[in-house]
Design a protein around this ligand. Structure first.
Ligand code: CA
Ligand code: CA
Length: 323
């Protein structure tokens, strides 16, 4: 049983490292600069024909669920609408990838990749509609008439007004991991929702990818400021056995997470009957009055502190060993 305890201890150390490294470690590309005085805030463009990108230094694993939140602020020059815009991108090209400035929004020609673009400048040759739009594009193709356009353009803001208003807006990326649902929200309102096997169909079986934001200008100016907020990237650590014999080692079945989560756990016996339920920020089962043998747990969980958090789920088997 020492093995289980040891593994738990290592994982607890992992939690803190993971949480610490989840923010503030971006590689800045081309014109991207820190937004001085603001934590985790970057200005990607501020003049004509610029391009900037921020890529997190740690790849994200698409087998795990996550919710990423950014504040985006697109400020045009006085009296102008501004261009070109930005994109949230997952890519497998490099840690400092960049396409080109102008209409490609910095994600064009990145293969393999998937990009949720926020496009504020109409390019007729790329099928752009006449309003600020969001679309989901595959493999660096910016043209919405291409079959690499996975979700056709919709207005960025739910009310159809322009996002180049110099105000802060919340951009949320939700990925459910195993159930393969990708959702993009703006100001907590869903704009794109699709089911897609990112690992198999986009990244050729690779689950770890670079993630970040690209932004460009061309003949119009936008000051594009991106601030990365605390993410919801819960990883659960669940033992696969416990020994409720009172010796102080692995006496209790306990689910831990790498960040603050709300958990809702149910334990089932081998006949599929629920024998125990517990909800809260820590969930445990002491196995008292239960026979040794195989059990199954299911747990749903969410990040209570993170805007637009999703509810995730996980299940597996547990062995209650002889007392
Ligand atoms: Ca455009
Ligand atoms: Ca477009």
């Amino acid at each position: 049983m020492k093995y289980f305890l040891y593994r738990s201890t290592v994982c607890i150390i992992c939690f803190f490292f993971f949480v610490k490294s989840a923010r503030g470690q971006f590689t800045l590309v081309r014109n991207a600069q820190p937004n001085s005085g603001q934590n985790n805030s970057y200005i990607l463009t501020r003049s004509f024909n610029q391009g900037g990108a921020i890529w997190h230094q740690n790849q994200i694993d698409l087998r795990d669920p996550f919710v990423l939140n950014f504040t985006i602020n697109l400020q045009p020059s006085a009296g102008e609408s501004g261009g070109d815009g930005l994109a949230f991108v997952l890519q497998k090209v490099s840690a400092n990838a960049f396409g080109s400035v102008g209409s490609g929004l910095g994600y064009n020609n990145l293969i393999p990749s998937i990009a949720a673009e926020i496009d504020t400048y109409r390019n007729h040759n790329l099928g752009d509609p006449g309003f600020d739009h969001m679309a989901l594009q595959r493999n660096g193709e910016s043209n919405h008439d291409s079959n690499l356009c996975l979700v056709k353009p919709v207005s960025v803001l739910p009310d159809g007004t322009s996002i180049t208003d110099g105000k802060d807006h919340l951009l949320t990326i939700k990925w459910t991991g195993n159930s393969k649902k990708l959702e993009i929200l703006v100001d907590k309102v869903s704009r794109i929702e699709t089911t897609i096997d990112l690992i198999k169909d986009i990244f050729g079986g690779e689950s770890k990818v670079w993630w970040g934001i690209t932004a460009t200008t061309g003949s119009a100016i936008l000051t594009q400021t991106i601030t990365f907020l605390e993410p919801c990237r819960p990883i659960l650590y669940v033992p696969d056995a416990f020994t409720p014999n009172g010796d102080g080692i692995n006496d209790v079945f306990e689910i831990k997470a790498n960040q603050r989560v709300e958990l809702n756990m149910t334990i089932y016996n081998k006949w599929g009957n629920a024998v125990y339920r517990m909800a809260g920020r820590d969930v445990t089962w002491n196995g008292v009055n239960s026979e040794p043998g195989n059990y199954v747990y299911t747990v749903t969980y969410t990040c209570p502190d993170i805007p637009s958090s999703a509810t995730f789920s996980k299940s597996g088997s547990i062995i209650l060993l002889q007392k």
